[in-house]
Write a protein that binds this ligand. Structure first.
Ligand code: PLP
Length: 224
């Protein structure tokens, strides 16, 4: 894992330099379905940000790894009855796609805690099966979130449809980047979360500032 980690960090730096990326690109290690020892090992190598998708699994891991100063990101689908847990246990939530969830996360964020960092998830290809708002709904949801003082809106997140055509994926990423850039001055965005194991290089070239990588780092996930 050490080799994969170092190779990935180097690759992020190389691509950023090649395409003269204006901002440093951060790495989120997606640890869903990966054992705790692997998270500990990666943390020991210097990785601080980890992403989880499933409540029960995340609850256990966050408790068992509470001795480490990990920054936890929630990147899964949010059910309203789980908003309380997510808001109390995570540092970031990348998957907000409706007003009600934003309000619940705000409501349950403990007083005195740091603001919860959040991203609005965009449904790039308008897929029925996928979470996220359509492009034309981004601005309104951002306005709603900006008015909630316990949330800190940091930017946008997207999971475009997996495609084998590189040109098509670049187009998907670039569309999200255009919205991100347009809204950035108004909402103070600093995070554009795009790119996974299969397409992170292209995502960085298209303007992503945070890539979410699982298998490329940890190896294949165990079946649930
Ligand atoms: C699982 C997951 C990833 C990581 O995918 P890999 O292909 O393992 O890199 C990234 N983002 C989200 C939202 C995920 O659910």
């Amino acid at each position: 894992m050490k080799q994969q980690y170092q190779a990935l960090i180097k690759s992020i730096i190389d691509i950023s330099e090649q395409c003269r990326h204006p901002e440093p690109v951060k790495l989120l290690a997606v640890s869903k379905m990966q054992p705790e020892e692997r998270i500990r090992a990666l943390f020991a190598l210097g990785q601080k940000d980890f992403g989880e998708n499933y409540y029960q699994e995340a609850q256990k891991k966050i408790a068992n790894l509470s001795d480490l100063a990990i920054t936890w990101h929630f990147i899964g689908a949010i059910q309203s009855n789980k908003a309380k847990f997510i808001s109390q246990e995570f540092d970031w939530v990348q998957t907000i796609d409706r007003t009600k969830i934003a309000q619940l996360l705000h409501l349950h964020r403990p007083e005195g805690a740091k603001r919860l960092n959040v991203l609005v998830q965009v449904n790039v290809n308008d897929e029925e099966s996928k979470a996220g708002v359509r492009f034309e709904e981004i601005e309104h949801l951002c306005e709603v979130i900006s008015a909630l003082p316990r949330l800190q809106l940091r930017g946008l997140m997207a999971i475009p449809r997996a495609t084998l055509a590189p040109g098509e994926q670049a187009l998907n990423f670039s569309r999200v980047t255009a919205y991100y850039q347009q809204l950035k001055p108004r909402f103070g965005f600093d995070t554009l979360s795009m790119g996974m194991s299969a397409d992170y290089q292209q995502a960085i070239a298209c303007g992503s500032t945070l890539i979410r990588v699982g298998r490329q780092l940890f190896g294949e996930r165990k079946a649930k």
